[in-house]
Unconditional design. Structure first.
Lengths: 450, 988, 179
């Protein structure tokens, strides 16, 4: 299928065998550095767990909430991680449907990131509710109370959207892995051999298997594509369905989806650059991949910037409405720094990606991607905590808001949780798709009969 | 209500058979509450479990003597409401009165008699021992000086103390930190009689208050507020739709907030203002001045508006205008008190205001001598300073205290009293009792017999509503009766004192709360010294002290009063009506002054006077005259239980310890101010200082309001075009059909409320009523600072910020609006928030998982979250340490950590009324259901009922031209209709 | 062979010849010629899907798509049923909205469509793979097929093995094995 596009890698020395081995090598014995990273991740996770235990024992009051700031850092993190989760399926599904060959080298990392990000995001709604031990009351199961959940509540939509997204993206990841696991199975030894023998589900690459597999993969992609767009739309409706000024906006769905992909791609970049270095994948994952990612970042960044502009314009154009007050508060209120962090990082920074020099400079890309992630976190923080604090309807309850150690600790824990899974994954499963990279290589041809 | 004897027998029965551990403990049977559940063996005919029993009694939180009804459930007092039969408060009650329950159940109440041991520590002793010591002390103190110090006691208890003191050759001194010396002296100057007349606010057509905080603490605040809102509340169809109210005082108090005009005169010049007005009236023959008013001509001629303009800081034109309005109203009432009666020249100010009333012909009409108030009997500050001198001079061997706490309000007291043997009757160890040598645990007024004579012709009886919470406490009356060798108990003494008016037996007097009569009105004429006041040239008086050049006003805190409220969490967490600050003390600074000092909200100021100094946080507000500071009393206790102790600073420390000219205490002193670097968050209800000038309260000018006809709507939302209108209507109809199913199908009741802002004064009695009725947790200073409070009902206070216009404060109660299209409901994932068939926004606490989405989506922000478990035994944030939890209303859930809570229109009251109606096999009548807030409201501003019943009062009010809905633009269809406040004046 | 599953999947080895190819075009040509002989029972191994091979093998498109379709439709209807049934099972009015209001439920319906569709697709792949495995479990495999080699297995009676070997050899098989 890849004949139309040039092979992504620098070519000369890259054969099927090279690809298999270079990717198999990533599963080799981890060095000290790896364990150091893993240690940091687990450490953060422990901090998060300890904070969470305190939270469960004494109540949410330990966090920085106030009246009327009823949602804050936890929901911010929820939206942040869900956003991160979006680029994965985008790259693997949408670009797959668009037959863009360059995705093959990067989509596995992106997909893994997706799954783990959703796993992280899914924790936050559970952490943030007041009676965490009753979270299952949101699930429609027959209960002695004879009561069903309220399907009119965007939170229930969330539950379904996130649940579906987690299931489907996990299936997608696993399905993509099968042939590659088979490939490493055939090279592996010892316990890994056993592990891969089982997880490859007896894959042999026969024409029958490929026939059903490719179809199945295609339809999964076809289903996942609208799903990606829907999930963050639904998340955005958590806010758009409420009548809080600066939440109650029709542009939220596209605005959030773009933002999600934006942050997701940024996260892929910030993950892929070190991995490429550590695993010596320079030949497989090339500058061209990063430039394409950067272009995607640029595109979505521009959309996000446009959305910001629209918001401010409408708020100004709408005259003296609560909307107007809300955005004035965002820009010049006591929390102006949060609002401007988000503007600078998400709105102004991506402009320098117009320069090819920047797009092809890994250091620059890495720095930018980190800033974009910071910016996107602040976007959600501003949107949620700050706009609640700036309550424009009821002047009497405008309030301040200060996050506490509990907020920060649990947020740190979520990063630990995410990176722990991610690190474990890249050392135990092929972080780059073997079979799909081969797909876009020129096949070995004797050429006599050609 | 049953008569006393039956009740007592019943309580014995209940005590023995019990109604569960709680009741057994409540009745003081056994040292520890037993865990056994004991069913009624003998069901007493007048007690049904689950059905409250009510006892009429009298409130003793202040000398006003309001009649109360105590609601008891299974032998426990759980709520206090006003007694409708009482002429003093007509069924209403202020926050302090309602909070007396927390005095009854205070966790730090004294359990046993205590005396000093060798090391000087208080140790528990037996009653026999205690009484032995006391009578011994009395014996050998005879002739060496015995003093019994009580609060103002116009009651049998006072009589008993007098008799006993006569027996043992001692003297009975009464002390009120806020006594009314200036009032009495001023009346003596003007009318030659030191009596305190009763003021008929209800009859007034024009009200002028010179500093009198008659809705907060002055004389009889509940009754006065009721009368005030009857007169001042807008009522179309009256000859004058409302009485204009002008408040004159350098600091905007609750009265200033309700005033149509607030005149911030220079401190101490209120009297000059009054005289100038009198001058205008008399010289212009505007009022029906009695003949002898001529004697005043010379005095008044020296006080023309022009002459006093500079001294008062009020321009002559304004003074003349006010005078003309006052006279023209033919029914003006001018009162002087509070701040104005606490200057060095307070008495003269009162006299001047009396003269104003006199020349306007109000005396006898709105100012009624004859029905004199008990306040006339209070001891003066001079009496106390005399006592202090005696104590210091060792002329007093035995000092018995009861119901007075000079140890807190008079700096030198503790030291002076140390020479005497101090005996204290007390319920908690306040500063005075804590320093005593012998402490006798007194019964709380709700546990013992007594009476009070708040006003000539009124005898208010007080009966125990439940068995003592502290089983080993004894009523001071009983103890003294024994010591004084009276036959029988103190109850018998009270009954003996009581003279039956014809046709009333003791039984039904007790049942109805006393004998309520009226004294004949007597006439008053100018006294000999009337013209002798203000001899000199018009000028502001020199304030007490010589340090600094800022005038500092110390005023009584609305809830904590002279400090006696500070041990009650409800009062501590009641946002002050003006400052909205809780749990803290503050000093009010005008923004201009603050700018010059570069001071912001919460910055600490160091105030130093000639008498003491205090470090107190600033509250920057336009509600005080520039260059003037104002600070409330009440905080800064060094004893008095966990809620009062070690909290902020004591304003009394800044005041002179010596009595002034008229025997009173001067509360306005000169102070020097040093700014500090320290800062703290004010524990306040308002999120943003002064709300950036925004407000959700609607106002109308009197002219506009009177111009409105039925059917008109002053605040109709902007009309939709025809097509849009019909479309919206059609959609609503279709929506209704789709939503009408099962219980929702028929046209059900729609519980709704109407709040008349021209009556609501913002006094916040409803807030405490709500706390008491709905088991709302108090969270304490730190959590208030973090905005974790849960006031289902909050009184919002907005200042009009516009430049160059007189500062006006407006208030509005904000509670759950019970929306028809409630934004909170559809977002709840578990149906914890849902719409009940009778139109309430139900909140199922046990169903709530705490996503808090509802609170985000509520534009009124009236939903509150349980961030911690406030009911946790011994928890850091425990709100009801035993026995405070005995007060909890058994009809209302105590909410768990992690659930959302909100106003339910007192759904428990709705249901019980419905059940009652079903039992009586009738349908509900309008007025059957009265939510706690509406019941408590002293100005009857809140009306509750069924909106769908075309004959209900709430339905009629919802049609009122003044009616509006808050944030109506959001199409939430609120169940609460606000009636716009009407301002008598050219502009709002 | 105690394990019944093993008995199921590892039946007696199918006799035949396995050719290992290093080049795609050789493999394709071999497949084409096999088809020309009218053979359908051969098996092709490849490290990745190649459309050249697919065209050469030329089998009908996989039936997995039916699973996806059915799953999707089922999911959509389950979503609709769940939301509407549960709304009317205990009708509770919130915010003046209709008891069963469709717009919000569309979200649930959509998500269920995707969920069921995806899961059913996996099911489809699994079932088909199982059917294939019944036969493929009995033919030889070479680890290099997952790396860089192609393979063609032609089942045949032992006496024809020689000709088949020759056929594969002259089509460029790098090595041939009898099974």
């Amino acid at each position: 299928m890849a004949q139309t596009t040039a092979p992504p890698t620098s070519g000369v020395r890259v054969t099927y065998d090279y690809v298999t081995r270079v990717i198999h090598r990533t599963l080799g014995d981890p060095g000290k550095g790896y364990f150091a990273l893993l240690g940091v991740a687990v450490g953060l996770l422990t901090i998060g767990i300890i904070c969470l235990l305190f939270l469960l024992r004494y109540g949410l009051g330990l966090a920085g909430y106030s009246h009327p700031v009823y949602w804050a850092v936890f929901i911010t993190c929820f939206v942040f991680w869900v956003g991160i989760a979006h680029s994965g399926t985008l790259i693997s599904a949408i670009l797959f449907l668009f037959r863009s060959a360059w995705r093959t080298a990067v989509y596995r990392v992106a997909e893994a990131m997706t799954v783990f990000a959703v796993m992280t995001a899914g924790l936050f709604p559970l952490i943030h509710i007041g009676r965490q031990w009753y979270f299952y009351w949101l699930v429609p199961y027959p209960n002695e109370r004879g009561l069903w959940p309220n399907f009119k509540s965007p939170l229930i939509w969330d539950e379904f959207a996130i649940g579906t997204y987690f299931t489907v993206s996990t299936c997608f990841l696993i399905m993509g892995l099968i042939p590659d696991i088979a490939a490493v199975r055939d090279l592996a030894t010892g316990w890994r051999k056993k592990l891969y023998a089982i997880t490859s589900l007896g894959w042999r690459g026969t024409n029958e298997q490929w026939r059903h597999y490719s179809r199945g993969y295609l339809y999964l992609a076809a289903l996942a594509t609208p799903l990606v767009l829907s999930v963050h739309s639904v998340v955005s409706w958590d806010f758009a369905m409420a009548q809080v000024p600066a939440w109650h906006e029709t542009i939220f769905a596209p605005y959030f989806v773009a933002g999600a992909i934006y942050s997701g791609v940024a996260m892929v970049i910030s993950l892929l650059i070190p991995i490429r270095r550590l695993f010596h994948l320079e030949e497989v994952v090339t500058i061209r991949h990063f430039e394409n990612l950067a272009k995607l970042c640029l595109l979505t960044g521009m959309i996000v910037g446009f959305a910001y502009t629209t918001e401010y314009f409408i708020a100004w154009y709408g005259g003296p409405t609560p909307e107007h007050k809300a955005f004035y508060y965002r820009a010049f209120g006591p929390f102006w720094w949060a609002g401007w962090t988000m503007n600078v990082c998400n709105w102004f920074l991506p402009w320098i990606l117009w320069f090819k020099k920047v797009r092809t400079n890994l250091t620059a890309l890495f720095v930018i991607s980190i800033f974009v992630n910071i910016g996107m976190w602040f976007e959600r923080f501003t949107l949620i905590a700050i706009h609640l604090a700036g309550e424009p309807f009821e002047p009497f309850v405008k309030a301040g808001y200060n996050p506490t150690w509990a907020d920060w600790g649990i947020m740190a824990g979520s990063f630990g949780w995410f990176f722990m899974w991610f690190l474990l994954f890249v050392k135990n499963f092929p972080a780059v798709s073997i079979s799909e990279v081969k797909e876009v290589l020129p096949p070995p041809v004797r050429g006599r009969h050609a | 209500m049953v008569d006393g004897m039956n009740r007592r027998r019943f309580l014995k029965v209940l005590g023995v058979t019990g109604g569960g551990a709680a009741v057994v403990a409540g009745c003081g049977i056994g040292p520890e509450p037993t865990e056994k559940l004991i069913p009624y063996l003998v069901q007493s005919e007048d007690e049904v479990p689950g059905v409250p029993t009510w006892y009429a009694s009298t409130c003793r939180e202040c000398p006003a003597g309001c009649g109360i009804l105590v609601k008891t459930r299974e032998g426990r007092a759980i709520k206090i409401e006003g007694n409708p039969a009482s002429p003093i408060n007509a069924g209403r009650l202020c926050a302090r009165g309602q909070a007396s329950l927390q005095g009854l159940y205070h966790p730090d109440r004294i359990t046993d008699p205590m005396a000093r041991d060798a090391q000087g520590h208080l140790v528990k002793i037996t009653w026999d021992d205690a009484l032995g010591r006391l009578s011994a002390k009395v014996k050998d103190a005879r002739g060496k000086g015995i003093v019994f110090l009580t609060g103002l006691e116009a009651s049998s208890f006072g009589d008993l103390v007098d008799e006993w003191m006569k027996q043992v050759g001692g003297r009975h001194v009464t002390y009120e930190a806020f006594a009314f010396e200036a009032l009495r002296e001023g009346n003596r100057l003007a009318f030659g009689s030191a009596a305190v007349p009763s003021y008929d606010f209800a009859a007034a057509r024009y009200i002028l208050s010179f500093g009198a905080d008659f809705m907060e603490t002055w004389l009889s605040p509940v009754g006065f507020q009721g009368g005030f809102s009857k007169a001042h509340g807008f009522q179309a169809g009256r000859d004058a739709a409302m009485a204009k109210f002008v408040a004159v005082s350098p600091r905007m108090s609750l009265e200033g907030m309700n005033a149509d005009e607030w005149i911030a005169a220079i401190p101490g010049t209120e009297g000059l203002l009054a005289l100038a007005m009198a001058q205008v009236i008399l010289s212009g023959h505007l009022g029906a001045a009695p003949g002898d008013a001529g004697r005043l001509t010379e005095l008044l001629s020296r006080h023309t508006p022009a002459a006093v303009a500079d001294a008062t800081g009020v321009d002559a034109k304004t003074i003349e205008r006010l005078a003309k309005e006052f006279a023209a109203s033919k029914g003006g009432l001018a009162v002087a008190g509070g701040m104005a009666a606490q200057y060095p020249n307070g008495a003269e100010i009162v006299a001047a205001v009396n003269i104003l009333n006199y020349v306007a012909g109000s005396v006898g009409k709105t100012v009624k001598f004859g029905g004199d108030l008990a306040a006339g009997g209070a001891g003066s500050f001079r009496d106390l300073t005399a006592l202090l001198a005696d104590l210091a001079g060792g002329k007093v061997a035995l000092l018995v205290t009861h119901g007075a706490n000079p140890g807190y309000s008079v700096a030198g007291f503790a030291a002076a009293a140390a020479k005497a043997y101090r005996v204290a009757f007390a319920t908690v160890l306040d500063e005075t009792a804590g320093a005593a040598d012998l402490v006798l645990p007194d019964l709380h007024p709700l546990e013992q017999w007594g009476d009070s004579r708040p006003r000539a012709g009124v005898v208010a009886l007080q009966q125990p509503a439940m068995q003592p919470v502290q089983s080993n406490a004894r009523g001071a009356g009983d103890v003294i009766a024994v010591l004084a060798g009276k036959p029988g108990t103190f109850k018998d003494y009270v009954q003996g004192k009581w003279k039956a008016p014809k046709g009333q037996t003791w039984a039904d007097a007790v049942q109805h709360g006393g004998a309520f009569g009226d004294a004949p009105v007597t006439t008053a004429h100018l006294g000999p010294d009337a013209a002798k006041i203000f001899p000199g040239k018009p000028a502001a008086p020199a304030l007490a002290g010589d340090k600094g050049d800022v005038s500092l006003i110390v005023f009584p805190h609305y809830a904590l009063y002279d400090g006696r409220g500070a041990d009650k969490p409800w009062l501590q967490e009641l946002p002050h009506p003006v400052s909205k600050i809780m749990w803290q003390s503050w000093v009010e600074v005008h923004p201009d002054t603050a700018k010059t000092w570069n001071v912001d909200n919460g910055d600490f100021l160091l105030l130093t006077t000639s008498f003491g100094s205090a470090r107190v946080a600033a509250w920057v507000t336009p509600s005080v005259r520039p260059g003037v500071l104002a600070m409330p009393t009440g905080q800064g206790h060094v004893a008095g239980g966990r809620y009062a102790k070690d909290r902020d600073v004591n304003a009394f420390d800044l005041l002179p310890g010596a009595a002034n000219g008229y025997g009173g205490r001067t509360f306005t002193v000169r102070a020097s101010v040093d700014t500090t670097r320290d800062h703290r968050y004010l524990a306040t209800l308002e999120g943003d200082p002064r709300e950036g000038g925004e407000s959700i309260v609607e106002l109308l000018t009197l002219a506009r309001a009177t111009g409105l006809h039925a059917g008109e709507h002053a605040f109709a939302e902007e009309p939709l075009p025809e097509y849009a209108d019909s479309a919206a209507a059609g959609w609503a109809a279709a929506q209704h059909d789709k939503a009408s199913l099962g219980n929702y199908a028929t046209q059900p009741t729609r519980w709704a409320m109407a709040i008349d802002l021209s009556k609501c004064t913002g006094c916040s009695a409803c807030v405490t009523a709500c706390y008491a009725e709905n088991n709302i947790a108090t969270v304490g200073e730190e959590l208030v600072q973090r905005r974790r409070f849960l006031p289902w009902m909050r009184i919002e206070r907005y200042f009009n910020q516009e430049e160059g216009r007189p500062v006006r404060a407006v208030t509005t109660p904000m509670l759950c609006q019970q929306c028809g299209n409630a934004p909170c409901e559809p977002v709840c994932p578990v149906f914890a928030a849902y719409h009940t068939p009778d139109g309430l926004n139900g909140q199922v606490y046990n169903r709530c998982v705490g996503t808090r989405y509802c609170a985000n989506n509520c534009p009124y922000k009236v939903r509150f979250f349980n961030w911690f478990n406030y009911a946790e035994r011994g928890g850091e944030h425990e709100a009801w340490p035993t026995p405070l939890d005995w007060q909890l209303n058994p009809d209302v859930t105590v909410r768990e950590k992690g659930v959302m809570e909100k106003c339910t229109f007192c759904v428990q009251r709705i249901r019980s009324a419905e059940h009652q109606a079903r039992i009586e096999d009738r349908s509900l009548k309008d007025g059957d259901i009265v939510p706690a807030c509406a019941q408590g409201c002293p100005s009857e501003a809140i009306v509750f009922g069924d909106l769908n019943d075309p004959h209900s009062r709430v339905h009629a009010l919802s049609e009122d031209p003044r009616g509006y809905h808050v944030l109506a633009g959001l199409n939430t269809k609120p169940g609460i209709t606000y009636l716009a406040r009407v301002v008598a004046g050219a502009e709002v | 062979m105690k394990n019944p599953l093993a008995a199921l999947f590892h039946g007696p080895m199918t006799p035949g010849v396995l050719g290992v190819f290093g080049h795609l075009d050789d493999t394709t040509r071999a497949v084409k010629d096999l088809k020309a002989d009218g053979r359908e029972d051969f098996t092709v191994f490849s490290p990745m899907p190649r459309h050249e091979l697919e065209d050469a093998i030329d089998r009908p498109p996989s039936s997995v798509r039916m699973y996806t379709l059915i799953g999707g439709i089922a999911g959509c209807s389950v979503g609709a049923w769940v939301t509407l049934y549960m709304s009317y099972d205990w009708p509770i009015q919130v915010g003046g909205k209709p008891i069963g209001s469709i717009p919000p439920y569309v979200v649930i319906m959509f998500e269920m469509t995707v969920l069921f569709g995806a899961l059913n697709t996996l099911l489809g792949v699994a079932l088909n793979a199982l059917r294939a495995a019944r036969r493929e479990g009995t033919i030889p495999y070479d680890p290099r097929f997952s790396n860089d080699k192609f393979g063609v297995f032609v089942p045949c009676r032992p006496d024809q093995a020689g000709t088949t070997e020759a056929f594969l050899k002259q089509h460029g098989a790098e090595e041939v094995r009898r099974a």
